[in-house]
Ligand binder design. Structure first.
Ligand SMILES: NC(=O)c1ccc[n+]([C@@H]2O[C@H](COP(=O)([O-])OP(=O)(O)OC[C@H]3O[C@@H](n4cnc5c(N)ncnc54)[C@H](OP(=O)(O)O)[C@@H]3O)[C@@H](O)[C@H]2O)c1
Length: 289
C-alpha cells in the first residue's frame, strides 16, 4: 500500500480520498477549509497544515481542485506541494482543467523531477462515493501503470487518451456534452410547459426515453422537486465551458453552441445559482425566459 498526499476535499475529492483510505492506502490530506478533513482524520488520515506538508514523503500526490489557477497555486506558490515532492514521485491532477494547462504542468513537473498524469474524471458525487469514476488519462504508460493501485481505489474504468493533455482534452469533450445536453433538455422542458403540458407529464415521458441522456434522467427528482442540492456545482460546469471554448480558440475551431451555452450558465451564475447543481439552469430558464 502506498502513501498518498491528497489535496482538495470538496464534493469529489472528499469521496475519492475516503475510497483511498478504504483501499488501505496511507493518506495525508490538505484542504483550504480544514474542517472538511475531520471525518477523514477520524478514519486514519493525517491532516496536513499546508499542501507541501501533505506531499512530503508521498509516493503520489492527487489534486482535486476547482480551477487551473487554484491548482497552480496549490502546486507552486509558497508552501506548494510540487517542490516538496520526492524526485520520481507522481503528481496526478484530477481537477477539470484545459489541455494546455495540463501540458504546462507536465513540463514544470518534469523540470522539478516529478512525474505528471492528467487524470480528470467522468462521473459525479455518487460514482465518486461508490468508487465508480471513469478516469480520462494523459501521460506516459509506465506512469499510469504505476498509478493504477491508486486509480483502482477510486474508479472502475480507465481510458488512456494519449500523451499529457489528452486526458484533459477528453474531459473537455465529455463536459461539452453534459453541459449543452443539460441546457437543451431544460430549454425543451420550459418550451413544453409554455405549450401547456404539465411538468409531471414531461418528466414522466422524457427522462428514460431515447432522446434524454442518462445523466439527465438521473436528475429527474431535482426538476420534480425544484431542489438543486449540488452534485456538480453549476459554477464548475460554466468554468468547463469557458475552458472548452478557450481550447477551441487555441485550436481554431468555431464553437457556436458552446459559446451560447457558456453564457447561459454564466447568466444563471450571476443570478446566484453558481453553488447549486448545474441542473438548476432549468430554474434560471423558467424564471427568465
Ligand atoms: N462535482 C462533480 O460532479 C465533478 C465531476 C467531475 C469533475 N469535477 C471537477 O472536479 C473539481 C472539483 O469539483 P468539486 O465538485 O469537488 O468542487 P467543490 O466541492 O467546490 O471543491 C472544490 C475544491 O477546490 C478548493 N478550492 C476552491 N477554490 C480555492 C481557492 N481559491 N484556494 C484553495 N482551494 C480552493 C475547495 O476548497 P474549500 O473546501 O476550502 O472550498 C475544494 O477543495 C473541479 O475541477 C470540477 O470541475 C466535478
Amino acid at each position: 500500500m502506498g502513501k498518498i498526499g491528497f489535496i482538495g476535499l470538496g464534493i469529489m475529492g472528499h469521496a475519492m480520498a475516503g475510497n483511498c483510505i478504504k483501499a488501505g492506502h496511507s493518506l495525508a490530506v490538505y484542504n483550504r477549509t480544514r474542517s472538511k478533513a475531520d471525518d477523514l482524520a477520524a478514519r486514519g488520515a493525517r491532516i496536513a497544515d499546508t499542501p507541501a506538508d501533505a506531499a512530503r514523503g508521498a509516493d503520489i500526490v492527487i489534486s482535486m481542485l476547482s480551477t487551473p489557477d487554484v491548482v497552480e497555486d496549490a502546486a507552486w506558490a509558497d508552501n506548494g506541494f510540487a517542490p516538496a515532492m520526492a524526485k520520481g514521485a507522481i503528481w496526478m491532477d484530477s481537477s477539470t482543467v484545459d489541455p494546455a494547462f495540463s501540458r504546462r504542468m507536465a513540463r514544470r513537473a518534469a523540470e522539478a523531477g516529478i512525474r505528471f498524469i492528467d487524470a480528470p474524471v467522468a462521473g459525479s458525487k455518487l460514482p465518486a462515493e461508490k468508487g465508480e469514476l471513469i478516469f480520462l488519462l494523459g501521460g506516459g504508460s509506465p506512469d499510469i501503470k504505476a498509478a493504477m493501485p491508486y486509480l483502482k481505489a477510486m474508479g472502475k474504468r480507465f481510458i488512456h487518451a494519449g500523451e499529457h493533455g489528452k486526458g484533459a482534452a477528453l474531459k473537455m469533450v465529455f463536459n461539452y456534452c453534459s453541459g449543452l445536453g443539460m441546457a437543451v433538455f431544460c430549454e425543451a422542458l420550459v418550451l413544453g410547459e409554455r405549450l401547456g403540458l404539465e411538468k409531471e407529464l414531461l418528466l414522466d415521458s422524457l427522462p428514460g426515453s431515447h432522446v434524454v441522456m442518462p445523466l439527465i434522467t438521473g436528475k429527474k427528482h431535482k426538476f420534480a422537486t425544484d431542489e438543486y442540492l449540488p452534485e456538480f456545482p453549476l459554477k464548475w460546469l460554466q468554468k468547463d465551458l469557458v475552458l472548452a471554448t478557450k481550447s477551441g480558440w487555441e485550436c481554431d475551431v468555431s464553437l457556436p453552441l458552446g459559446n451560447i451555452g457558456k453564457e447561459i450558465f454564466e447568466m444563471a451564475k450571476v443570478k446566484g445559482m453558481g453553488d447549486l447543481d448545474f441542473s438548476a439552469v432549468y430554474k434560471f430558464m423558467k424564471e427568465n425566459y
